[in-house]
Write a protein that binds this ligand. Structure first.
Ligand code: SAM
Length: 383
């Protein structure tokens, strides 16, 4: 059985699973088949829709070498015009329909989301939404931290639950080399501790690890955040987009990260909070906190992926590695009713087959050589 959206309502009915869909599930190998237990949406691999990432700008004040290399994102780069961006009202409307479909967690991202004007007004709107069973949303934001010291209090007051800050190195020379925009690590640290002081807890810090570039920072970072309440997470360098010149030799497997830290600070595995959690959790054996590793290259977690992504201009993407999105802005600005947009979202999610990270390396995961089917950039779709 799978769940079918009943057109024009927020209700679902059980329908027999089509043979081809059953075959796809079998072919999915290690993908776990699980129906959304409460009647909300499920895709062709029975993955429910639980998380929505909303990109609020495609611009960033950093030029991280692995994300927005300056050679590509230069002064001539065609960023989206303001009129293309979903307005706060449009974002809230679409988000409300996603929440009615079972979304429980919204992450605001970008580009650099704190560059979006009056972001706290959007947060206020989103913070008023409740899950389909009446609970507050988990409302969070990913930021490079450069403007966080100034904005943490206002974001908290607007209803933001917590925050994730990206920081790839403490060493200032290296950090500046990686962000390629002269931002100092001390400023990001100020932002992290301002977020903690404002109560945006727990603050998580994401470090993308590039072998040969910043892997020497793994231990200093672990030492710096141990015992502070900040949860440090190490992300495997991924082949998102097509402009970062990704190479497998620059990926340091999470298992090595854990081994390097455990040599100095013994670690114990911790249970996941939820099935769809992206990070594997490890605790310091002496109780001084926890770290996480996000291993989307060496241990793909597509089987539990419950994430949809709304781009800055209102396109719905079903995978970080997708090449095309579904234009919800056209519906929103074309006069579609809530029921029509909700139906479109349901149909798109129910047809979802994406599992790029599991197929990575196979022909079906490669963008076409002529550039058609080029994967979207992370700065556009949001991290
Ligand atoms: N500007 C915000 C920030 O810096 O957190 C939000 C957007 S950024 C695209 C989101 C996250 O994606 C950051 O933690 C960034 O380090 C990460 N990221 C970008 N490119 C990546 C890549 N190729 N592999 C792994 N993580 C990447």
């Amino acid at each position: 059985m799978r769940l079918k959206y009943k057109s024009g309502s927020h209700f679902f009915q059980h329908v027999p699973t089509h043979h081809s869909s059953r075959r796809r599930q079998r072919d999915a190998g290690r993908l776990r088949v699980a129906h959304a237990p409460d009647g909300t949406l499920a895709d062709t691999f029975a993955r429910p829709l639980r998380d929505l990432r909303i990109s609020v700008t495609d611009r960033c004040n950093f030029r991280c070498v692995y994300c927005m290399p300056r050679a590509v994102f230069d002064k001539d780069y065609a960023f989206l015009p303001h009129s293309a961006l979903l307005t706060h009202e449009e974002i809230e409307r679409v988000a409300r329909l996603f929440v009615a479909h079972g979304v429980e967690k919204i992450r605001i991202t970008g580009g650099e989301p704190l560059l979006r004007k009056n972001l706290e007004f959007l947060i206020e709107r989103l913070a008023r939404l409740t899950t389909h069973d009446g609970r507050p949303l988990d409302l969070t934001l990913t930021t490079n931290g450069s403007l966080l010291a100034r904005k943490a209090r206002a974001l908290k007051d607007a209803g933001l639950t917590r925050v994730t800050v990206s920081l790839d190195a403490l060493d200032d020379t290296l950090f500046k080399r990686m962000n390629d925009a002269e931002f100092a690590s001390a400023d990001v640290l100020d932002g992290i501790f301002a977020a903690q002081a404002a109560g945006l807890a727990p603050v998580k810090v994401n470090m993308v690890v590039k072998r040969g570039t910043n892997d020497g920072e793994i231990l200093p970072m672990a030492e710096r955040f141990r015992g502070t309440g900040v949860i440090l997470r190490f992300i495997e360098y991924m082949d998102v987009g097509t402009s970062n010149g990704w190479n497998m030799t620059e990926v340091l497997p999470s298992a090595d990260v854990v081994a390097r830290i455990a040599e100095h600070f013994p670690l114990v595995p911790l249970d996941a909070h939820t099935a769809a959690e992206t990070a594997q959790r490890w605790g310091y054996a002496d109780g001084s906190g926890e770290i996480g590793v996000i291993s989307s290259v060496t241990q793909a977690f597509c089987g539990d992926c419950t994430r949809a992504r709304l781009s800055t201009e209102g396109k719905l993407y079903l995978c970080l590695f997708a090449s095309t999105g579904h234009d919800l802005r056209a519906l929103v600005r074309g006069g579609a009713s809530d029921a029509e947009i909700a139906t479109a979202i349901a149909r798109i999610w129910q047809a979802r087959t994406d599992r790029y990270s599991q197929l990575r390396g196979s022909a079906s995961a490669e963008p076409a050589p002529d550039g058609a089917g080029k994967r979207v950039e992370m700065s556009y779709i949001g991290g």
